[in-house]
Design a protein around this ligand. Structure first.
Ligand SMILES: *Cc1c(COP(=O)(O)O)cnc(C)c1O
Length: 382
């Protein structure tokens, strides 16, 4: 029997205490018992999101939360700036265009981070831009954007700053209130270690004002209704009750470890993964790598789709391949959420094994040695 290891940048493995919590008998959602769970969850989410503002819990995947941010902040005729450095940045353009919003795209070469100076320049020349949509970790390229600097670039313009942190939250630092981020969008199946099915949206006072004025069509994702319910630790529609219970436990896991320790752990796992990859003679794809995942160039002449398939089918390790024009050209190793140092060592060893088999001389043990050297400098783990 083969052991399967889920090492994709979403979905990610769910800790056992969380699986057990979600298996408990359902409680009805319009009861004091559920409202007290949701109340606890709301308070802990504010801590996780580094904000004192509301964080709404939606029953949707992350894309639903992205769409909610678009249809609730904007109004007919508005212009927005979308920072598009990959598949997920581009999704904000698609959603906005779908609702008739006038999109100014700042296209960033895949694998590169966005340049905050360019964002400042575009906003200076386009004073009518109402919101800037960007991504903390662009999961398709493994790049982490410098949200602190982007926040400084956006501030003088008065535009709202929306950050898709669906994969980045808990792996890459994000100081929502301090950095002037108005909306953080997230999902449950990445750093939050839950199955897919929850979306999250935080809203600053400026964002809540925009919600009040917004006239784009919406119903299920009407955040005005969700904000009213939030005040009573309630939701406008039936919430994903079992996932919310799991979230209660996951947040206890994370906050008892401490958010700084969680970020340190991701930083260490990421640097060990990068070191292991380089030790095998492989190259990183990202110029400013995220701590959520490591995107690796497939060596010339090697079939990247076969590499990903054989890792999964022969070695039991699920990583992600490249998306769009990067299909077959990169693979993406997730190390976010419920992942530890020995998952990294195992994954790197499996990558070596498959590469050797399909025509690239990666040697044996080089990846593990490179990773362990980094891990060894931090005795006892994190
Ligand atoms: C996964 C992901 C999404 C899409 O989320 P779904 O839950 O698949 O809808 C959007 N943005 C980023 C950065 C992601 O990593």
């Amino acid at each position: 029997m083969k052991k399967n290891r889920l090492m994709s940048p979403g979905p990610t493995p769910v800790p056992e205490n969380v699986l057990l919590r979600m298996a408990e008998t359902l409680v009805h959602h319009r009861t004091p018992a559920f409202r007290s769970v949701l109340g606890r969850v709301h308070a802990k989410l504010r801590e996780l999101f580094s904000t004192s503002e509301p964080v709404l819990v939606l029953a949707s995947s992350g894309t639903g939360a992205m769409e909610a941010s678009v249809v609730n902040l904007l109004s007919r005729g508005d212009r927005v700036l979308v920072v598009n450095g990959g598949k997920f940045g581009g999704r904000f353009s698609d959603i906005s265009a779908g609702y008739g919003i006038d999109v100014h795209e700042y296209k960033v070469e895949w694998g590169h981070p966005a340049d905050p100076g360019e964002i400042r320049r575009i906003l200076g020349e386009n004073e009518d831009i109402k919101a800037v949509f960007t991504t903390l970790c662009e999961t398709s390229t493994g790049v982490a954007n410098d949200i602190r600097a982007i926040g400084e670039a956006v501030k003088p313009s008065g535009a709202a700053l929306v950050v898709d942190a669906i994969s980045g939250l808990s792996a890459d630092e994000l100081c929502t209130d301090e950095w002037g981020v108005d909306v953080v969008v997230c999902g449950s199946q990445k750093g939050l270690m839950l199955p897919p099915g929850l979306g999250f949206v935080s809203l600053s006072p400026k964002a809540r004002d925009m919600v009040k004025r917004s006239d784009l069509p919406k119903y299920y994702f009407d955040l005005g209704k969700a904000l009213n319910a939030y005040e009573r630790d309630d939701t406008p529609w039936t919430p994903a009750i079992s996932l919310v219970a799991g979230l209660d436990s996951v947040l206890d896991n994370m906050l008892s470890e401490g958010m700084e320790a969680v970020l340190r752990r991701h930083a260490l796992l990421a640097s060990s993964a990068r070191a292991g990859i380089r030790s095998m003679g492989l190259e990183l794809f990202s110029r400013r790598p995220s701590n959520a995942l490591t995107a690796v160039k497939v060596p010339p002449g090697i079939d990247g789709e076969r590499l990903v398939r054989e890792l999964r089918e022969e070695e039991g390790i699920t990583v992600a391949g490249g998306q769009a024009h990067l299909k077959g050209k990169i693979f993406r190793l997730g190390h976010l959420g419920y992942t530890d140092e020995y998952d990294i060592v195992s994954a790197l060893s499996a990558v070596e094994r498959v590469l050797n088999r399909i025509g690239y001389d990666a040697g044996y043990g080089k990846g593990a040695a490179g990773a362990l050297e980094v891990l060894g400098q931090t005795p006892g783990g994190y």
